[in-house]
Design a protein around this ligand. Structure first.
Ligand SMILES: C[S@@+](CC[C@H](N)C(=O)[O-])C[C@H]1O[C@@H](n2cnc3c(N)ncnc32)[C@H](O)[C@@H]1O
Length: 228
């Protein structure tokens, strides 16, 4: 069978029932698979039809983390977020195959996050192998930069946590220094090489597409946790 191109994956992705997309950053509306405009801000529990905690995976790519966590924690709901539908398509197909009912996909720029979630609506955030944006001019695009932390603070519950998993020493050091210099943020954990430990918690053993590539290149994987 011929391999599917990006456009075909993108079109298929939009048809999947648990997929929501923002097509215009100037118009903060979400469109569902039937083309209807929907608003779940403060009401994601209505969508999932339960009051389980809601966890976000940001920069999800193929959403391996959201899917892995959804299997480990059936009593939590997961929303995988990225801007690239053709990448998310692969994860969405897997969710269909696994018949998971605790995963949704939101295609939007992460800059728009607080438009789609209410205050205290989110219990946990995982940022998985985000682009490190090494150039100084792009520092505000790093997903742990103060401008993004402000967005996370708005939607996280008081005891909520933000997890960063990365191979990038530069992004890890930047995040650490930026958080340590910010009195309003609590650094809860900083581990520069998770697989060097005797015991690696099950949740940290989930491996994404990018993580597998970095491990093949013998890069160490870092994990940082903070709250507010
Ligand atoms: C290096 S990939 C990692 C994908 C996946 N988490 C993994 O580990 O395999 C980074 C992802 O972040 C997404 N991304 C980067 N900046 C973003 C933004 N501001 N809003 C939405 N997605 C973004 C990209 O589209 C890309 O899919």
């Amino acid at each position: 069978m011929a391999k599917k191109g990006k456009l075909q994956k993108f079109a298929e992705f939009s048809q999947i029932p648990f997929v929501f997309e923002n097509f215009d950053p100037k118009n903060p509306a979400l469109t569902n698979n039937e083309g209807d405009v929907v608003n779940y801000q403060n009401r994601w529990s209505d969508y999932f039809k339960n009051d389980h905690p809601i966890v976000l995976e940001l920069a999800c790519g193929k959403a391996e983390y959201a899917i892995g966590m959804a299997q480990l924690y059936p009593d939590k709901n997961f929303i995988a977020i990225d801007i690239k539908g053709w990448r998310m398509w692969k994860g969405a197909k897997k969710v269909l195959a696994l018949e998971l009912n605790n995963v949704a996909f939101l295609r939007t720029r992460i800059e728009q996050l607080e438009l789609f979630f209410g205050e205290n609506e989110i219990s946990e955030i995982w940022i998985t192998f985000p682009d490190p944006f090494l150039r100084k001019s792009k520092v505000n695009r790093r997903l742990t930069a103060p401008n993004f932390r402000e967005k996370y603070r708005k939607i996280l519950q008081a005891d909520g946590t933000v997890n960063l998993k990365t191979d990038s020493e530069e992004l890890y050091q930047f995040s650490l220094q930026s958080i340590e210099g910010d009195d309003s943020v609590n650094l809860l954990k900083a581990d520069s090489d998770i697989y060097s430990r005797d015991e690696v918690p099950e949740i940290l053993q989930i491996k994404t597409y990018y993580e597998k590539m970095h491990l093949e290149n013998a890069l160490s994987i870092k994990h940082l946790v903070f709250g507010f």
